[in-house]
Design a protein around this ligand. Structure first.
Ligand code: FAD
Length: 406
């Protein structure tokens, strides 16, 4: 009799943690595990804002899959998933096809553009290593052009960031540190450069503690960041963006528009015929899809309701990792013929948002508020803990962030 085949799609926080946990729980002679991912590395989205601003090299953010996954126990396939057919238990890849007995869908997120005209064509997005590198180079190139044009063009050194949520605020925090360096490098007076944060909603960092939001905005404004709150982006063009302010449309000329205002689940999930709610699979307590007993969904592709608030838990790396542990346990039970499956329960360990070098805000241990250097150090500690969990002390020493004074 052949071994049951477990196929894990995506090596993000959810997928790679499922693979790493499962490889430790089962023997090679009892299950065939296959992990599929577009790239031969896993990347930590939690540092992409720094890679995009150019304050952290992307090699500090990505981890070769071979460094954490045991290739004697897991068959790694570098390929792109095109579709899933849960009825025939097949996955279509760009370069082949896989059959499974158990599937884990961890294909992560896509940028949400909310149908805004011209956004896909004209905005840069912070969502993976490739586009983080592009943003870094794009900004540097436009700064380098400034003193090479016959006329000084402000649009080259105006940076507009769409969205003052978590990602947008972390990114402008880094820009506030990076821009003075770029100004020095390319002989541009700092006061000529504009960093704009444009938010449609009534506040930055919606859902965060008000006192912390005020702290964050004050700190960033002191570093020259301008906020346009209650100001939806209506259109992105080759020359800039059109926003709506007090009922009037206004054009902001910029060659640097970065959209950081929202994510949605990978569209492959809805296109593959799973029952979806807001584009995600509303999983059962044991993390399985409602309509398939052999399909688990993890991370940003999964939806879990928070009974207390009546709203879904926000998509975070933290929840994806916790879900992965339950999935690995439940896969082990199923391949061993047991039906004793664990239920997922979210353990909120808190949230920290960085505001550039040595500054951040956060809420941890339930309701403890953190500001400044302590919050910034906490972000690094949380990240180091993740590295330790994923790849042990070796990975922590290689990729850990130990410079708590930076
Ligand atoms: P992902 O981590 O997105 O991984 C999906 C994987 O699937 C990737 O490796 C991708 O390459 C691969 N993939 C996608 N499509 C295909 C395909 N068709 N074929 C093959 N492979 C594919 N959360 C926090 O908790 N703390 C933070 O500080 C934080 N900061 C963030 C900053 C940014 C800029 C962003 C965008 C998100 C941030 N988040 C943060 C949210 C967090 O990153 C996500 O919730 C988390 O990445 C979800 O994990 P996942 O496993 O579902 O998917």
């Amino acid at each position: 009799m052949r071994n049951p085949r477990v196929v894990i799609l995506g090596a993000g926080y959810g997928g790679i943690m499922t693979a790493v946990k499962l490889q430790k729980m089962v023997g090679t002679n009892e299950v065939d595990i296959t992990l599929v991912n577009k790239h031969d590395y896993h990347y930590q989205t939690t540092w992409l804002h720094e890679n995009s601003a150019g304050t952290l090299h992307h090699d500090q953010t990505r981890i070769p899959i071979k460094d954490v996954v045991d290739f004697n126990k897991v068959n790694f396939v570098q390929d792109t998933v095109e579709s899933i057919d849960p009825k025939s238990q097949k996955v279509q890849l760009e370069n082949g096809e896989l059959e499974y007995d158990y599937l884990v869908v961890g294909l992560g997120f896509e940028t949400a553009t909310f149908g805004i005209k011209g956004l896909e064509e004209n905005a840069l997005m912070i969502s993976n290593i490739n586009n983080a590198r592009l943003i870094r180079e794009h900004l540097e190139y436009n700064f380098s052009r400034y003193n090479n044009e016959p006329e000084k063009r402000d649009d080259l050194i105006t940076i507009a960031v769409g969205g003052a949520g978590f990602t947008g605020m972390e990114f402008v925090g880094e820009l506030a540190n990076r821009v003075p360096e770029l100004c020095n490098e390319y002989d541009i007076p700092r006061e000529k450069v504009r960093i704009l944060t444009i938010e449609a909603g009534p506040t930055a960092l919606a859902g965060f503690d008000e006192e912390l939001v005020e702290y964050a905005m004050n700190r960033l404004e002191a570093k020259g960041v301008e906020f346009l709150i209650g100001t939806p982006v209506k259109e992105a063009t080759e020359d800039g963006i059109i926003v709506e302010k007090d009922g009037q449309e206004e054009e902001i000329k910029t060659k640097n528009f970065i959209w950081a205002a929202g994510v949605k689940a990978n569209s492959i999930v809805a296109e593959s015929g799973f029952e979806v709610n807001r584009g995600k699979v509303e999983v059962r307590d044991d993390m399985r899809a409602p309509d398939y007993d052999n399909v688990f969904v993890v991370g940003d592709c999964a939806l879990i309701m928070n009974e207390e608030t009546g709203r879904p838990y926000p998509p975070t790396a933290q929840i994806a990792m916790q879900e992965a542990e339950v999935i690995a346990h439940n896969l082990k039970a199923l391949v061993r013929g047991s039906n004793e499956l664990e239920s997922f329960e979210f353990n909120n360990r808190g949230t920290v948002a960085s505001l550039g070098s040595r500054d951040a805000i956060g809420v941890v241990f339930g309701d403890k508020k953190l500001y400044g250097w302590t919050a910034s150090a906490m972000k690094k500690i949380i990240d180091n803990r993740y590295l330790l969990k994923l790849g042990g002390i070796g990975l922590l020493l290689k990729k850990g962030k130990f410079n708590f004074f930076h």
